[in-house]
Design a protein around this ligand. Structure first.
Ligand code: ARG
Length: 558
């Protein structure tokens, strides 16, 4: 915080650029910022201590600096707490203090969730969906134009299998009525039976060929499968507050691959290998990228090449992000390399935003054995459990169902946004709903507490706040959290890490709770009460802004 301001002031006055050298002291008692002068010693040919002594008075000149101290080659800098409180509270009536226009309307495409039609939408899809959704909101907040893309897995031989299974053991009517879980059951049954009766596989291939050839009946089946899947995931997207600007999936690129393959042929990049066509990537330490199978069928990678070209042409993206599990690291490395070799201008602006696996505490998840944990069930269970907890803690609460929904869903969402993306997470309902843990309910509860304090206390005189009342350590910690919130949102965007936001709000909440234990707010002298209420009010705003960016509700009461 304020490294930039101090850095440019020093640069202007001394010609020395120190902006990147500031450190945040581990112990806040040492000050707000420290400038170690050791690296400068080389270029300035002076002892660090001497340099620190020279720079200290210049730093002191800044209005927001109250005190500097030179210790062992460091300048320890203390900000003027009253001034900091004033700056923080100047945003009192602003509910979105982190909004900015740094994106300047540049377009970012985000490929996320990208579900597979007729396959289960399971707990493993939680991360891509909510990380993508959070990045969508964060970039939008910062003035980017964001295009959310659900690159549906809506093409492939599974559709032939589903047609065969539906015809044999069910009907379109039944499938439409019973939905995607039932359809998935048919899919599993197909594989079981096909083990004994391999001819089913040929039938399935023939049915898929019919879809490819545009056969009316086969296409009708295909459309129904797609519709029931999208109806089902659509409900989950609503619950999770997730939206997309495009549902162009793999099938959309059926007629767009040939042009890309032509480029590859022109550049002699497509070589034959056992009847298939591949791009050789040995030079780059990767296995070949398979683009056309021996039977002429195109692949996932072929479609992704076409999609990259399409996105560049259609959206003229500044960055093109893919929020996909790290299991696909190789796929994206190959994809980006092939794009580079093809001369695709924006290959370097494509980024794989990888994330780790979600497993359940009892190891209950195994797609292969058909032990699938549907995301819908997890969300429902979480809401049920939230309801139980609320009934226990606050049975007279109005609108219990609605609040249980906000808490239950928020808890699950938050759990996928609280760690660095790449880490694997073990999911447990008890953990994510623990009101005393590092969870969404803990944050939501703090928010509701702030709101309740304000409701009970009545009006805040916003035009007459005595900032001198806001300088004690606990208050100052919150003031700093508020002042650095915008930077946290920017960092989250730069690193494509929503956890920078979730961690920041967690810090605000813990600092607020510490403050709340140590200080009375209402039965106080009027000016102290007013100043503290103002602080509570802006704290609540920032918590809500953060939760909203993550896609989590902030109920006013809990
Ligand atoms: N449907 C794919 C899967 O479930 C994810 C697609 C990701 N996006 C992409 N453009 N490849 O594995």
């Amino acid at each position: 915080m304020y490294e930039k301001e101090l850095g440019s002031a020093l640069l202007a006055k001394t010609g020395i650029d120190v902006e990147s050298m500031f450190e945040k002291p581990k112990d806040p008692k040492m000050g707000d910022l420290a400038l170690p002068c050791f690296r400068l010693a080389k270029t300035m040919h002076k002892a660090p201590q001497l340099i620190a002594e020279e720079l200290a008075p210049i730093i002191k000149e800044e209005a927001f600096v109250s005190d500097v101290e030179v210790v062992n080659g460091y300048v320890n800098i203390r900000f003027d707490r009253q001034e900091m409180a004033r700056i923080a509270l100047s945003n009192l009536n602003n509910e979105n203090i982190a909004i900015s226009d740094e994106g300047n309307g540049k377009t970012i495409t985000i490929d996320y969730s990208s579900v597979n039609i007729a396959k289960p939408f399971h707990i493993g899809h939680l991360s891509t969906t909510v990380i993508g959704g959070a990045l969508y909101r964060i970039f939008t907040h910062l003035g980017y134009k964001v295009v959310g893309i659900n690159h549906l897995g809506d093409w492939g031989t599974q559709f032939g299998k589903l047609i065969v299974a539906t015809k044999k053991w069910s009907s379109l009517e039944e499938v439409s009525e019973k939905g995607v879980e039932f359809l998935n059951g048919l899919y599993v049954k197909f594989h079981q039976v096909a083990k004994e009766e391999p001819s089913l596989e040929d039938e399935a291939r023939a049915e898929f060929k019919k879809i490819e050839d545009g056969d009316k009946e086969a296409t009708k089946y295909y459309e129904v499968f797609k519709k029931i899947t999208l109806d089902e995931v659509g409900k989950i997207y609503d619950t999770l507050k997730i939206k997309f600007d495009s549902y162009n999936g793999e099938a959309f690129y059926n007629d767009k691959m040939e042009a890309c393959l032509d480029i590859l042929r022109e550049k002699n990049l497509l070589v034959q290998s056992d009847g298939a066509w591949v791009v050789d990537l040995e030079k780059y330490g990767m296995p070949p990228c398979l683009l056309i199978k021996a039977d002429g069928a195109t692949l996932y990678a072929t479609r992704d090449i076409a999609a990259a070209y399409y996105r560049a042409k259609t959206y003229d993206f500044y960055k093109n992000l893919y929020v996909v599990a790290y299991q696909q690291n190789l796929h994206f490395k190959q994809l980006f390399k092939v794009l580079e070799l093809m001369g695709f201008a924006k290959y370097a602006d494509c980024e794989h935003i990888a994330f780790g696996m979600v497993s359940l505490e009892d190891g209950a998840m195994s797609t292969r054995e058909g032990r699938v944990v549907w995301l819908k069930d997890v969300l429902n269970q979480s809401v049920e459990k939230a309801k139980e907890i609320i009934n226990e803690k606050n049975p007279n609460l109005e609108d219990k169902d609605k609040i249980a929904q906000s808490v239950g869903i928020g808890a699950v969402v938050f759990s996928a946004l609280y760690n660095q993306r790449i880490k694997d997470i073990t999911f447990s309902l008890d953990k994510v709903l623990n009101f005393d843990g590092e969870t969404a309910p803990y944050i939501q509860y703090a928010y509701a507490r702030c709101k309740s304090i304000i409701r009970k206390a009545g009006n805040i005189n916003t035009s007459n706040i005595d900032f001198a009342c806001l300088t004690d350590d606990e208050t100052y910690a919150i003031v700093k959290d508020i002042l650095s919130f915008k930077e946290a949102v920017q960092t989250a965007a730069r690193l494509r890490e929503p956890c920078v936001v979730s961690r920041h709000i967690m810090t605000i909440v813990s600092d607020f709770n510490r403050f709340y234990i140590d200080h009375r707010i209402v039965d106080q002298e009027e000016k102290i009460k007013n100043a503290r209420l103002a602080l509570v009010s802006i704290t609540a705003n920032v918590i809500k802004e953060g939760l909203t960016l993550l896609g989590i509700d902030a109920p006013e009461v809990m």
